[in-house]
Design a protein around this ligand. Structure first.
Ligand SMILES: Cc1cc2nc3c(=O)[nH]c(=O)nc-3n(C[C@H](O)[C@H](O)[C@H](O)COP(=O)(O)O)c2cc1C
Length: 171
């Protein structure tokens, strides 16, 4: 698999958080003990903190992928141009019940800079967690938002991560 490194200063030209995260989704993927798990995500952000270029993902506590993220302190964000059906599958099946869900979805795992991603992806960010905390219902200025989005009180953990590198995945 061929890749082309992307300068981090160019990232905002390549990823629009509204279009590429909210509308097209992406995969959050992490590795633990030689195994890889992934989930489909729709919430997220790009920014900067402590003079580092950062990405933010929001992961509910029951997600199997969370264990992999916490064990490694790392994750990748992989963006696709197509494969919406596969992302829907990965976003509705848990690796806790279906350990081979990536194969079942028809995607092919690979790695870039030693971090897990997918041959079918178009762009991958290698991320190292620098800060994490659960959203707190009392900190929502509009409690209706917390109630509507977290009826089961499974408040997402916000992971702020340094983007260590970014690659275009070439065919
Ligand atoms: C379009 C879409 C967006 C999603 N966004 C998120 C998200 O931002 N955070 C999250 O924790 N789960 C999100 N999910 C749900 C997870 O992808 C889903 O629960 C997945 O099966 C978890 O897999 P895992 O248990 O193997 O980690 C989303 C699902 C879909 C279909």
């Amino acid at each position: 698999m061929n890749t082309k490194k992307i300068e981090l200063s160019e990232l905002s030209k390549r990823i629009d958080p509204v279009v590429n995260m909210r509308e097209s989704w992406y995969l959050v993927t992490a590795e633990k003990d030689g195994r890889v798990n992934t989930l489909t995500a729709g919430w997220g952000a790009l920014g900067n903190l402590c003079e580092k270029k950062t990405a933010i993902v929001y992961i509910r506590p029951q997600r199997h992928t969370k264990q992999f993220m916490d064990a490694s302190g790392r994750f990748t964000m992989t963006f696709f141009e197509e494969h919406q059906q596969e992302l829907l599958f990965l976003g509705s099946h848990s690796g806790a019940d279906m350990p081979d869900k990536i194969e079942q979805a028809g995607l092919h795992s690979t790695s870039v800079d030693g971090q897990p991603t997918f041959e079918e992806g178009k762009l991958v960010l290698n991320c190292k967690t620098i800060y994490q905390d659960a959203l707190k219902p009392e900190n929502f200025t509009d409690s209706a938002l917390a109630e509507a989005n977290f009826p089961d009180k499974d408040y997402s953990v916000m992971y702020i991560a340094e983007i260590e590198s970014a690659y275009e995945i070439l065919a």
